[in-house]
Structure formats: C-alpha cells, structure tokens
Design a protein around this ligand. Structure first.
Ligand SMILES: [Zn+2]
Length: 359
C-alpha cells in the first residue's frame, strides 16, 4: 500500500531533478563548493548553516533591517559561493562564548530560528494542535502551539526495522490514559479514560524532523546515544502536503564527543554534497539514485521541503497566507488599493455620463 503510493510521488517529484542533475553534470562538472570554518567545536553550527544555505526560501526572506542575525547570515550566504567563510559573527550574535564546547545541532537550529526575523523563521514554522479527549468525546485539553522541529522516536530497541516513516506515524499516534493515568473530565464530572494526541494544523514550508538518538534510557537510568540504522524516505506525504528531502545533519560519535556534518541536495545541479569542516564534496554514492533506498546510522536532523514551495510559487504564497501577520497580507493590500481606484474611476465616469445625459 505504502509502496504503491510512494512510487508515483517519487517519479513525479524526482524525475525532473534526476534529469536536470544528469544534464547539468555534463555542462558544468566540478563546480566548487566551500566549507564553513570550524572555530574549535562549532561543526554543529556549520552543518546547520550549510542546510540553511541550501534553503533558498530563507535567502529571499532574510531582512538585515529586521535582525542582526539576518544580516550576518545574508553576508555568509553571499560569500559562500566564492570562498570558505568564518562563523565568528554568528556565534557572537547567538551568545556562544565557548566555541570549543560541543553543542547540539538541533538546539543550535532552534536558537537560530528564534533569533531570525519573522519572515525568515516562518519558513521552518508550523503549528501543532494537542488535544486530550474523554471516551465520550469531550475535549478536556486543547492547545495549539508553533514548532520548528518534530522529534521522532526511534522504535523499540528490540525491533530490527527502524524508519523515519514509522517514527513520523508514531509521533501523531494517540496515547491512552487508563488506570492510574485517567484524567478528570469536567463535563463527565469524574475521572475518566481519555486519549491524547496532536495533529499538524499548519504545515511548514520546510519540515525538520529530529531522530531522538540522544535520549534517556529508563532501563539503565542514564543518557544514551543510539547509532541505529534508520531508513530515510526521499518523500513524506502529510494530509495536505508532499515533502521532499533536501538536507540532513549527521552526527558520528558518542554522547560525550563526536562530529557533525551536513549532507545537502543542491538545487543547482541536483547532486548531493557532503559538507565537512575542510571540504564540501559530491557524495560518491548518490543517495536515492536509481530508486535506491537510503539508510543511515548517523543522520540526526532531516529537512524536508514542501513540493508546493519549490515548484509552485503561487501555492507557496498560499502557504504564507495561512500564517497570520505574514507577508501575504502586505502583498494583498496593493491589490485592494487597485480595486478601490478602479471602483472610484468607474463611479466618476458614470457620474459624468449621467450629467451629460441630463444636460
Ligand atoms: Zn467527558
């Protein structure tokens, strides 16, 4: 069932990309790409920035008058196609003083998105509605909140299969409150069995998934890092959108120490590139090439772009219009002015015609 749905999607969305990849490789081989310089242990930041660099929707929306971070990212993204760049100004804006201390790439991405101007950060922002309902169907709790990252569980350690798609489904599965965990329902006027769960009421243009590799193990009562191999799909279908993978942040190593890299899909030549401290190089065995499946024991963050925002500008605008206060509102106002002017001119012409007839 899942395969029959996946196949046409991949054919439709990726065939063009693959063809372009092949034709562009003939015309422009060996296009050089540049790394971001590691200040000590800032590979978590470089990896996140390399993915943001491959997010054109962000570039269009960076507004140097809106925030200092917008200005700094704009400067890096302007220079990165020509040379390797430092990130000192970014760490300063983010308030990172110890550049030799390892940090979490997901926390770093959230820190960046929270400090970006609203136009840019909206690209990664969606809304989740969490509800708890009793067995009769009374809504006990309902809360809608914005999100940048969806943390996906890695399935039961005893299971051999581990996949992003299963984790994604599990994230939206409802959990039951029974026995000691029953919840008080004010309409039933008693403690009752209930279910809790969340749904995505606003899908972001770019959806970031986090694989919970760093977690707390209840068995050993200690923090653990999981290096399990995870099947990564090229496309993910939500109720309203089709998403295509274009960026991954990988972590190799343990809880105490390790190294981050990014793997990004270039929109220019349709090839995947590995971004490391000293170099950016085309991935030798291209993920997903020739319908090959991709799995990884190091992928940690996955960035999926909604197909609409990539291929269809007008539906991209519709997405923005969903978010209150977004730029779509300001874009619609010139249309309103035009309509008003047109109305006034028509009225004046009618009045003049009336006067001429009466005279
Ligand atoms: Zn109830």
């Amino acid at each position: 069932m899942e395969n029959s749905r996946k196949r046409p999607l991949e054919e439709e969305k990726t065939e063009g990309m693959k063809k372009r990849h092949i034709s562009n490789r003939v015309t422009q081989p060996n296009r050089r790409r540049y790394p971001l310089i590691n200040q000590g242990a800032t590979c978590y930041l470089s990896s996140v920035l390399q993915v943001l660099f491959m997010t054109p929707d962000i570039h269009e929306r960076l507004d140097p008058t809106s925030s200092i971070l917008d200005r700094e990212l704009k400067a890096i993204f302007k220079n990165l196609p020509k040379t390797s760049c430092g990130t000192e100004n970014v760490t300063e804006v983010l308030g990172i003083s110890d550049v030799h201390q390892q940090r979490d790439a997901a926390e770093c991405l959230e820190m960046i998105l929270k400090r970006l101007g609203p136009d840019a950060s909206q690209v990664f922002q969606g809304q989740l509605k969490e509800t708890t309902t009793c067995l009769v169907g009374h809504v006990i709790i309902e809360e809608t909140s914005p999100f940048f990252i969806l943390p996906l569980p890695l399935q039961d350690g005893r299971s051999a299969k581990c996949s992003v798609k299963t984790g994604f489904r599990q994230f939206f599965q409802r959990t039951a409150h029974t026995g000691d965990n029953m919840v008080y329902c004010s309409k039933c006027k008693r403690k009752t069995e209930a279910t809790s769960g969340c749904e995505m009421v606003d899908s972001p243009p770019v959806m970031t998934l986090l694989l919970k590799r760093f977690d707390f193990d209840l068995g050993t009562r200690s923090d653990v890092k999981s290096n399990r191999c995870v099947d990564v799909p090229f496309t993910i279908q939500t109720e309203t959108k089709s998403y295509t993978l274009y960026g991954m942040v990988n972590h190799v190593g343990s809880l105490r120490g390790g190294h981050y890299t990014a793997t990004v899909l270039s929109g220019e030549d349709g090839a995947w590139y590995d971004c490391d401290d000293a170099h950016v190089a085309e991935v030798e065995e291209q993920p997903f090439a020739n319908d090959r499946k991709y799995s990884s024991s190091s992928v940690y963050l996955l960035m999926y772009r909604a197909s609409a925002s990539r291929t269809d500008r007008s539906s991209g605008d519709r997405d923005k219009a969903k978010t209150p206060g977004g730029p779509a509102e300001t874009r619609s106002s010139p249309r309103l002015v035009l309509l008003l002017v047109f109305g006034c001119v028509t009225l004046v012409i009618l009045v003049i015609l009336f006067s001429v007839f009466l005279l």
